[in-house]
Design a protein around this ligand. Structure first.
Ligand SMILES: [Zn+2]
Length: 149
């Protein structure tokens, strides 16, 4: 794996320490965010509440992001081009976005296993083909090889 560079800024930032929302029950809530396939079949929609002000959010995670996440790469938001945030202590990551109402960071953990599970379901439903997934996975492997040079 050559993901170390992606994680370095997260590890060094120290900004995770202050997130009381990760205490106890909070993390369970984030892990059980209701999720359903998007109406136009381009990904999954997570329904979450802002941990700070309670504002509801529907966050669409694209198949592309699940392919990255399911192959051990930090997903990149295709719209904002921002990499997701890795939360090492929870073994997962989440889109790097803030609440529209209070701009608090929106925290819900998606694990690589969960990415792989959604991709499997998407293939079974014909939303994405194994060839599409293989093509992206192959690109990711080439990029990873390039980073090692
Ligand atoms: Zn909020």
């Amino acid at each position: 794996m050559s993901n170390e560079d992606y994680f370095a800024d997260v590890r060094n930032s120290g900004d995770l320490a202050g997130f009381g929302v990760f205490d106890g029950e909070g993390i369970k809530d984030h892990n059980s965010a209701p999720v359903k396939r998007s109406p136009n079949n381009d990904g999954m929609i997570y329904t979450i509440k802002c941990g700070n002000c309670g504002a509801p959010h529907n966050i669409t995670v694209s198949w592309l992001e699940f392919i990255y996440g399911g192959h051990g790469h930090i997903p990149i938001d295709p719209e904002t081009k921002r990499p997701w945030k890795h939360e090492q202590q929870f073994g997962g990551f989440h889109p790097n976005m803030g609440c529209k109402q209070c701009s608090n960071a929106l925290l819900f953990i998606i694990t690589p296993d969960e990415c792989a599970r959604h991709l499997k379901a998407a293939q079974a439903a014909g939303a994405i083909t194994p060839q599409q997934i293989a093509a992206v996975a192959s690109q990711l492997r080439q990029q990873a090889a390039a980073y090692r040079r």
